[in-house]
Design a protein around this ligand. Structure first.
Ligand code: PMP
Length: 382
C-alpha cells in the first residue's frame, strides 16, 4: 500500500513520536502548578513557543497554542468578529476556504454579521483586486487561505494583504496557512498578516494541537473561557507533549522545506503531465500550485468509486480534503472554480510527501490506468 494523503495527515517524524513519549512519561505535571514539576512543564511550553515563533519570525508572545487549526481558524474569525463588532460587522472571505473558516463565517452571518464570499478565477486563484474592491470602512476582517487543501492553488496572500491595508489599515488579515507551511515561504510581516493558523500534523507533527499567530496589539474575544492559560486567549490545561512535539515538527519541516520541495516538484510535475494525458480526466491542479497536491476529476465517475478502486490496487488517495470526504455533495471548491456537477462529484486528491519516490509515482500511474480500465468495463464501456 502506498499512502498518498499527506495533505490530510503526514506521518510523524521519529523525533516527534519519541518526544511525545518522553514528555508524557517525564513531564506529566500540570504546567499551571506552582511546584517544581509544574514549573518545568511550563518552561517546556515557553521554549516551544520560542521555537515556533522563531520559525515564523515573530515574537513568542504572539503564538497561541490551540487544539488544532480548526480551533485556530474559529478563534481567529469568531474571536476577531466578537471583539471588533463595535468597529463594524463586515467580513470578507473566499468561496475556497476550509470548512473551519467557511462555516465560522456562515455562523457569524446567522448572528447578524455581513459576509462577502469572493469567487476565484477558473484557475482557483483569488484576484487581490476583487478583495480590495470589497473592503469597506466597516470591514473588520479578511480571511484567505495560503494554499487550498483540495486542489493546491496558491493564493497571492502578499498582494491581498497589501491591497486590504491600502483601503483600510484597520481591517485585520487572517491567513489559514495550514497547507502552505513547510511547502512555501512564509512572510507574515510582508503579507501584513495579523492572524495566521498552522496545523502541526500536516508537517509531520502530532494531531490535536494547533497554532495561531496573533499579532501584538490584536485582541481576540476568547472562545474557551476558564483558566488564564495562553495569556487568557484560550483556556484549558495545555497538551504539553503535543506542544513540545509540535515545536519540533514546525522547526524541522521549516528547515527541510527547500530540500523537500526540490524532491516533490519533479514528482508533482510528472503526475500532472501523466494525468493530462488521460482523456477521461479534468486536471484541477497546475504547476503554479503547491508542490504536494495534485487533484483531478473523472466526470461521471464518483470520486469515492475511483478512490476505492485505487485502494484495491494498493494506492490510498482521497476524494477531496479529509474533512469533506464523507460528504456526498459535489465539491464546493470545484463548483466555485466553474467545474460542472459531474466533475465536482468525481474528484480525486493525491498528496505527496517525504517518502515518495519516482518508483511510487510510476506505480501510481499504472494503478490509475488500471483503475480507469476496470471502471469502464464495470460501467459497460462508459
Ligand atoms: N485549514 C486547512 C486548509 C486544512 O487543510 C485543514 C486540515 N484539513 C484545517 C484548516 C484544519 O486543521 P486541523 O486538522 O488541525 O483542525
Amino acid at each position: 500500500m502506498i499512502y498518498w494523503d499527506y495533505a490530510a495527515a503526514a506521518p510523524p517524524y521519529d523525533e516527534v513520536v519519541q518526544t511525545m513519549e518522553q514528555i508524557m512519561k517525564l513531564h506529566y505535571a500540570n504546567p499551571s502548578s506552582m511546584h517544581r514539576a509544574g514549573l518545568e512543564a511550563g518552561r517546556l511550553i515557553s521554549r516551544s513557543r520560542e521555537v515556533c515563533a522563531a520559525a515564523l519570525s515573530v515574537q513568542p508572545e504572539e503564538i497561541v497554542f490551540t487544539s488544532g487549526a480548526t480551533e485556530s481558524n474559529n478563534l481567529a474569525i469568531k474571536g476577531a468578529a466578537l471583539q471588533y463588532q463595535g468597529r463594524g460587522r463586515h467580513i470578507i472571505t473566499t468561496e475556497l476556504e476550509h470548512p473551519s473558516v467557511y462555516e465560522s463565517c456562515v455562523q457569524l452571518q446567522k448572528l447578524g454579521f455581513e459576509v462577502t464570499f469572493i469567487a476565484p478565477e477558473s484557475s482557483g486563484v483569488i484576484d487581490p483586486f476583487r478583495i480590495a474592491e470589497a473592503v469597506r470602512r466597516d470591514t473588520i476582517l479578511v480571511s484567505v487561505m495560503h494554499v487550498n487543501n483540495e486542489v493546491g492553488t496558491v493564493q497571492p496572500v502578499g498582494a491581498i494583504g497589501t491591497a486590504i491595508k491600502a483601503v483600510n489599515p484597520r481591517t485585520l488579515f487572517h491567513v489559514d496557512g495550514v497547507q502552505g507551511y513547510g511547502k512555501l515561504p512564509v512572510s507574515l510581516k510582508e503579507w501584513g498578516a495579523d492572524l495566521y493558523s498552522l496545523s502541526p500534523h500536516k508537517v509531520r507533527g502530532p494531531r490535536g494541537v494547533g497554532l495561531l499567530y496573533v499579532k501584538k496589539g490584536v485582541e481576540l474575544f476568547p472562545l474557551l473561557t476558564g483558566g488564564s492559560h495562553e495569556s487568557g486567549q484560550r483556556a484549558g490545561t495545555e497538551n504539553v507533549p503535543a506542544i513540545v512535539a509540535s515545536a519540533k515538527a514546525v522547526r524541522m519541516s521549516g528547515e527541510q522545506r527547500v530540500e523537500l520541495c526540490g524532491r516533490l516538484l519533479p514528482l508533482r510535475n510528472r503526475l500532472l503531465h501523466f494525468l493530462r494525458g488521460i482523456p477521461e480526466f479534468v486536471v484541477n491542479s497546475n504547476e503554479e500550485g503547491a508542490p504536494h497536491i495534485v487533484h483531478f476529476s473523472y466526470p461521471g465517475m464518483k470520486g469515492e468509486v475511483m478512490a476505492r478502486k485505487l485502494e484495491e490496487l494498493g494506492m490510498m488517495v482521497s476524494t477531496r480534503s479529509a474533512c469533506s470526504s464523507r460528504l456526498a455533495e459535489p465539491s464546493r471548491i470545484l463548483l466555485s472554480m466553474g467545474r460542472d456537477i459531474p466533475a465536482a462529484l468525481g474528484g480525486i486528491r493525491i498528496s505527496l510527501g517525504d517518502s515518495h519516490t519516482e518508483a511510487d509515482v510510476a506505480a501510481l500511474e499504472q494503478a490509475v490506468v488500471a483503475a480507469v480500465k476496470a471502471l469502464k468495463v464495470a460501467e459497460g464501456g462508459m
